[in-house]
Design a protein around this ligand. Structure first.
Ligand SMILES: Nc1ncnc2c1ncn2[C@@H]1O[C@H](COP(=O)(O)OP(=O)(O)OP(=O)(O)O)[C@@H](O)[C@H]1O
Length: 493
């Protein structure tokens, strides 16, 4: 009896029963492979545990060959049934894990491409997609949790029945004088040694508690982010009726520094007017603040002082989701595509677009021919971030995505600078077609691409230092002429 109490808490329910029950819990989990990492962690103790178990069975056989025989017959049946249910739960667990990865993938893609998502005012749709994936994951994990709970409960009942069955069978043997009371007690005590193969349940509870504490602290950070309010609201404000929108944009005396670098002023007293249906190009040295002008127009940030107006209205009074989703089209140097089909990528610009509208936008962007050449046409999946497409193809899909919403204002942020000469020609052709009849802001490094712009603005240190047509600026012999000279001497056009 002394030995029986050695591993448990004295004075609690019969030790043999407790040991067998606790054995069942850890064994259940191991059968299911749910705690396979812990199992591998205990590999070192495996040899000694096996030796202990074999020794235990030998002792049981010496005490009562009949009871041991009964145990040897019953155990494989139970292990078999457990393995079957365990493999089912493992499959369920794998599917639940895959679903969690899928949900994480959706979030990862949306957060990784947050500028594109915001530029198309698609935050709500991305949120809905993520919520749907998380919901599926929750359902699967609930089913898995229920499965594990039912399995554990059943196992505990079965193992308790084994103890009772052993006592019953032992009692019958005692009645026939085939076994002494002492032998039965020894048999019950020896059988508990099997549990040394597995840690007791309180160890599982400790692990669970540790995980819970870790989960709570990790969750606190998530909730912290969830309660953050964007400094610029995503929606709400005035909208200008489409038929009266001209697309005139005025930047008036803008001063701006990024919130993360409050001391460094990127734009200083910057003023610029984009006239309806005209193309304005911004050029200048790298880091001069050209892309920042586009970011302010998209209202990714608000200026520290000064006003940006659309058709005479301060854009801070306008609905940001309408401004980004319907008025402004944005094409960047590195087109960001999502890991869905070509059709869905183009439709990202206008979720309600029909298939015919998608095809029309693709034709306008010089993309229809190569898309139609794919075996699956518009249903071709472009891979994560469009890896299965060339730079020029990705850019033309991005142009189609921007054009499908028929934007009044189009921003091209170095849209062809990452392309080779041939791709640039095809993309430029698409852009020339796309810019007709819209207010266009072009940000360019390669000066050869903007020589036809109605106005070219030259920026330096956050200010506009020159403005005029290509010929006017060349004849002026200022910074623009110097930039042209530098590019020519570097072998660029
Ligand atoms: N999100 C940001 N947070 C803080 N600083 C930024 C951020 N984005 C840009 N900057 C800084 O603002 C300055 C202007 O950047 P911007 O991208 O507007 O220049 P650019 O003229 O477009 O340059 P390039 O021609 O190289 O693209 C740079 O010094 C840059 O480091």
């Amino acid at each position: 009896m002394k030995q029986t109490r050695a591993r448990g808490t004295p004075g609690r329910q019969p030790q043999v029963m407790k040991c067998l029950v606790s054995t069942s819990d850890s064994r259940n989990l191991r059968w299911m492979g749910v705690r396979s990492r812990n199992y591998h962690g205990r590999k070192k103790n495996l040899h000694s545990s096996i030796t202990q178990t074999v020794g235990c069975f030998v002792s049981l056989y010496i005490i009562s060959p009949k009871l041991t025989g009964l145990m040897v017959v019953m155990l494989p049946c139970l292990v078999g049934a457990g393995a079957l249910i365990g493999s089912f739960l493992r499959r369920l667990s794998r599917k639940a894990q895959e679903q969690v990865s899928k949900a994480t993938g959706v979030a990862d893609e949306a957060l990784g491409n947050v500028r594109t998502v915001r530029a198309f005012a698609m935050e709500d749709r991305e949120l809905e997609m993520y919520a749907a994936e998380v919901e599926k994951s929750a359902i699967m994990n609930e089913a898995l949790g229920t499965g594990i709970a039912v399995f554990q409960g059943l196992s505990n009942i079965v193992l308790n029945c084994i103890v009772l069955g052993t006592i019953f069978a032992g009692g019958s043997l005692m009645a026939n004088n085939d076994m002494s009371p002492g032998d039965l007690m020894s048999f019950l005590v020896a059988s508990q040694t099997v549990q040394s193969f597995n840690p007791p349940i309180n160890c599982d509870l400790c692990c669970l508690l540790t995980k819970m504490v870790r989960g709570i602290s990790a969750g606190a950070r998530v909730f912290e982010y969830l309660t953050l309010e964007p400094s610029i609201p995503l929606a709400g404000g005035e909208r200008i009726p489409h038929n009266s929108l001209t697309g005139r944009v005025d930047f008036l005396n803008i001063y701006f520094s990024y919130p993360t670098r409050p001391g460094s002023e990127i734009l200083r007293n910057f003023s610029l007017t984009l006239r309806p249906c005209k193309t304005v190009a911004i050029v200048g040295e790298s880091g001069g603040g050209k892309s920042t002008v586009a970011a302010l127009l998209e209202r990714f940030y608000d200026p520290d002082s000064g006003v940006i107006m659309l058709d005479g209205l301060d854009i801070r009074t306008l609905d940001p989701s309408w401004l980004r989703g319907e008025v402004i089209g944005f094409i960047s140097q590195e087109p960001v595509l999502f890991g869905t089909s070509v059709m869905e990528n183009i439709r990202f610009g206008k979720p309600a677009a029909t298939d015919a509208e998608v095809v029309a936008a693709a034709k306008q962007a010089n993309a229809h021919a190569f898309i139609a050449g794919f075996p699956e046409g518009y249903n071709t999946v472009v891979g994560e971030r469009g890896v299965t497409l060339s730079g020029g193809q990705k850019q033309r899909i991005a142009i189609a995505r921007a054009l499908i919403k028929n934007p009044t204002v189009l921003i091209l942020d170095e849209a062809t600078s990452a392309l080779d000469a041939e791709s640039e020609r095809v993309v430029q052709e698409a852009l020339d077609r796309a810019t007709t009849g819209r207010t266009v802001l072009v940000i360019a490094h390669r000066l050869s691409t903007i020589q036809g712009a109605d106005i070219i603005c030259v920026m330096s240190n956050g200010r506009m230092v020159e403005a005029g047509t290509h010929l006017e600026l060349l004849s002026k012999g200022g910074l623009y002429a110097e930039l042209i000279r530098r590019q020519r001497s570097n072998g660029q056009n």
